[in-house]
Design a protein around this ligand. Structure first.
Ligand code: ASP
Length: 369
């Protein structure tokens, strides 16, 4: 057995053991039981979004429009550094946003990628769905489409995000003309100081500059109405400091989000490239169609993502992936669940709203941090 083979074997064994431990240890089911709509689920940063979308659905708003409206709260929040206004920029300091939306009853989708200066990319994606015969607009074309539809333009780079970006840029290499942290005076009392903790911190990839927060995030939101109709949406500023023009999984139909009105909906956050390469959200819906419950479907796809990444031999350290992916799933009968590659001791958090109100619930993870 070669070194790589042995590491691969250990990773697979660890993932299986971690999952069965969680399954066996939990007397409570990790999926929402069989209940019918309305049900709205989202990533953990979407508590306000699920509540808003749920209220709208109760007032008979279309599920796609309701989730777009719900995630709009987070898009407009300058404190969420993973979405819309205040999102971390690309390597040139420019915020580029990705979003997609899908409407179950018509099986139509709309998306935008690498969109600049528009705070609500999900609304632009919905316009693509509603008013064109296309699925996806990118870059300048997406911006021109947004302008034509009356979306206002604004600078999305907040001072806080600019400082984080500048710190990353300065500390990238000791060989450039930017002085690193240990060579300049920083004011720790500055409220916009880049060292401050924020909610979306994840484990940085190997080689990440010391002291620079590594941010992943995104908001995914899916909704089921009382009539069994489904809408789904994902919106993000993408990976921090990405190469300009990089498009993640969020605007790719079937990767960052997907729904099938006969089965259910799914979405993803985390390392987009890994999700794209396994058609993550489509695969979760497909697994639910084959009979898996929502959390099991998420776990099955995450295992596949981990397995495929191992084959590429570039994403592992100590036998585990160096990235995280979280998947969210909502089934036609109202059952819901979520799972992640890495989670805390309670598993992975996600937001839910049912007739019992909005709350955070936990799903299983392949590995505990
Ligand atoms: N999935 C997003 C992307 O790859 C980022 C994230 O969710 O952290 O663009």
């Amino acid at each position: 057995m070669t070194y790589i083979d042995r590491r691969s074997f250990l990773a697979a064994a660890g993932a299986t053991a971690a999952y069965s431990m969680l399954k066996n240890a939990d007397a409570e089911p990790v999926v929402g039981g069989n209940r019918h709509g309305p049900v709205v689920i989202a990533s953990a940063n979407g508590l306000r979004a699920v509540e808003r979308a749920f209220d709208l659905i109760e007032q008979n708003t279309d599920p796609a429009a309701a989730v777009v409206e719900g995630v709009g709260i987070v898009e407009a929040d300058p404190d969420d550094m993973s979405v819309g206004l205040g999102g971390l920029p690309n390597e040139r300091g420019v915020v580029q946003l990705d979003s997609s939306v899908m409407h179950g009853p018509t099986h139509r989708a709309g998306s935008v990628a690498a969109l600049e200066n528009i705070v609500h990319p999900a609304q632009v994606a919905l316009k693509v769905l509603q008013t064109t015969d296309h699925c996806m607009l990118v870059g300048r074309g997406a911006l021109e489409f947004a302008r034509a539809n009356g979306f206002p333009e604004q600078n999305l780079l907040t001072d806080r995000a600019r400082k984080v970006w500048l710190k990353w840029k300065r500390n990238l290499s000791p060989a450039d003309d930017w002085l690193d942290d240990d060579q300049v005076d920083l004011d720790p009392a500055d409220p916009g100081h880049p060292d401050e903790q924020h909610t979306m911190l994840d484990t940085p990839p190997p080689g990440w500059p010391a002291g620079v927060p590594y941010t992943t995030g995104t908001i995914h939101c899916s909704a089921l109405t009382a009539d069994g109709d489904i809408g789904s949406c994902t919106t993000t500023s993408g990976l921090s400091f990405k190469i300009p023009g990089r498009v993640g999984d969020s605007p790719i139909i079937g990767a960052g989000m997907y729904c099938d009105n006969a089965i259910g909906a799914a979405g993803a956050t985390g390392r987009g490239e890994a999700v794209i390469e396994s058609c993550g959200s489509f695969a979760v819906v497909d697994e639910m169609g084959r009979g898996l419950d929502p959390a099991e479907a998420c776990i099955a796809v995450l295992k596949k993502i981990v397995d495929r990444s191992r084959r590429q031999k570039r994403l592992f350290e100590n036998g585990k992936p160096v990235f995280n992916v979280r998947m969210y799933a909502l089934r036609k009968d109202g059952a819901f669940g979520s799972a992640s590659i890495f989670g805390g001791k309670n598993g992975t958090a996600f937001a839910v709203c049912t007739s019992e109100g909005a709350r955070v619930e936990y799903g299983p993870s392949l590995y505990t941090r």
